[in-house]
Design a protein around this ligand. Structure first.
Ligand code: CMC
Length: 387
């Protein structure tokens, strides 16, 4: 015990220094490279925020144009990769396919193995940011048996994603600017969140010298769980299970019952104990999207609002600092846009990619050691194999 500190769940262990993201959980502050998330959500856009996370500064107009064009150059995936999908069942969980196909990208880009070459690291970052929406849309198209749609480089990042998701070779509908803005904002609000479980997983995998595609695939796997990125899917399933406002009290009681493993999904956060600044922006975006679609009376939204009101006034939740987190409202927006519930965590993964890659790059560019936690052994003392 004396040799190292025992800290299950890393409640009080800082594993690294970082210049990327700052969080003050008590005050509900989230800054990317010093800029508040609320200001980025209002004035910036997803690709500009990606640039900021990767390079440390906002781009000039010219740098932004070059960056956006570079990302557009990488949106297609190798034709061979599209054959991978046929190996999956049509009803496979989208995150299962994403773990596979993102890891498989490393088989196509041998230069990415050279992780100590800065140029190759930057190209890998561009490839990942560009290809994630293409792969996410392919996962969806595969699940419904429609042909994959090629990316369209005349569209913005978010418009192109919605195009690949919802257009078909027979019909190309115009993408609503309000929905594209909402989609862009969802990606932006997920872009980074310092040393969360999936980012720490990416760093740990990266600390062994693994290539960036393998590292991001490990982040996707860690994100999948319902305590992390899987919460957005779990929130919607929970709201549907509640089904009616009259059932809310029953679910609140279940969440408070220590004998019952049920938790209110979309509530609570390891770091935010007052409010999650992303949830505030997400709620506002949710209102905009539902107004655009004429869905203000959406029954799920009504259940969500009532649940939020009851829980945030309940002593159990207040005492423990449990407030709606980013995932509480994102699911309602995604559902309204028409994205199926099983795909929600894939959207989170797409948005989080620049954060993962920025942290990986920060680590590789500095002095780092292989991540290797220790343990407290509580098993048998030495014993002899039976004669
Ligand atoms: N519903 C009911 N009780 C809860 C909840 C909840 N959602 N979250 C925490 N608690 C209780 C927990 O039972 C414990 O009570 P007690 O002190 O009486 O034992 C206390 O609050 C502290 O919880 P904890 O599990 O020690 O807190 P943690 O920091 O380890 O966990 C969390 C944080 C986010 C995993 C947890 O709040 C949770 O499971 N929330 C629901 C899942 C969710 O919405 N996750 C998304 C997080 S935000 C997006 C992301 O970053 O991925």
């Amino acid at each position: 015990k004396g040799l190292f500190t025992y800290d299950p769940g890393f409640m009080s262990t800082a594993a690294t220094e970082s210049k990327i993201t700052y969080i003050d959980g008590a005050a509900g502050v989230l800054l990317h490279r010093g800029y508040p998330i609320e200001q980025l959500a209002e004035k910036s856009d997803y690709l500009e925020t990606c640039y900021l996370l990767l390079h440390g500064e906002l781009p000039s107009a010219e740098e932004k144009e070059t960056f956006v064009n570079t990302i557009k150059n990488h949106t297609m995936v190798h034709e061979q990769l599209s054959h991978f999908f046929n190996g999956f069942r049509r009803d496979a969980h989208p995150m299962a396919i994403m773990c596979g196909v993102v890891g498989a990208l490393s088989a196509f880009y041998h230069d990415s193995l050279d992780i100590h070459d800065e140029h190759h690291r930057v190209v890998s970052a561009h490839r990942l940011i560009a290809k994630m929406p293409t792969l996410a849309a392919m996962v969806y198209k595969y699940s419904i048996g429609q042909p994959f749609m090629f990316p369209r480089n005349d569209l913005s990042y978010a418009e192109n994603f919605l195009h690949m998701m919802f257009n078909t070779p027979c019909e190309e509908k115009k993408i609503s600017p309000v929905l594209a803005k909402a989609m862009d904002r969802i990606f932006l609000l997920h872009a980074d969140h310092e040393q969360n479980a999936s980012t720490s997983t990416v760093r740990l995998a990266g600390s062994t010298g693994a290539n960036p595609f393998a590292c991001i695939a490990s982040g996707i796997a860690a994100l999948w769980g319902p305590a992390h990125g899987g919460a957005n899917e779990a929130v919607l399933n929970m709201l549907e299970e509640i089904g009616d406002e009259s059932n809310i009290d029953k679910f609140i009681a279940k969440a408070k019952d220590k004998e019952d493993p049920f938790r209110l999904m979309g509530f609570g956060h390891r770091v935010y104990k007052n409010f999650d600044p992303r949830a505030k922006v997400m709620k506002q975006t949710c209102d905009e999207v539902l107004a655009e679609l004429g869905m203000e009376d959406d029954p799920l939204l009504k259940i969500a609002m009532k649940l939020e009101k009851i829980a945030t006034e309940d002593e159990y939740f207040v005492k423990r600092g449990l407030y709606p987190n980013v995932d509480f409202y994102s699911g309602i927006i995604l559902k309204a846009i028409g994205i199926p519930t099983e795909l929600f965590t894939v959207i989170f993964a797409t948005g989080r990619t620049p954060g993962w890659i920025a942290h990986w790059n920060e680590m590789i560019s500095s002095d780092y050691r292989i991540g290797r936690p220790r343990q407290l052994y509580t098993g048998h003392p030495k014993r002899d194999y039976p004669a």
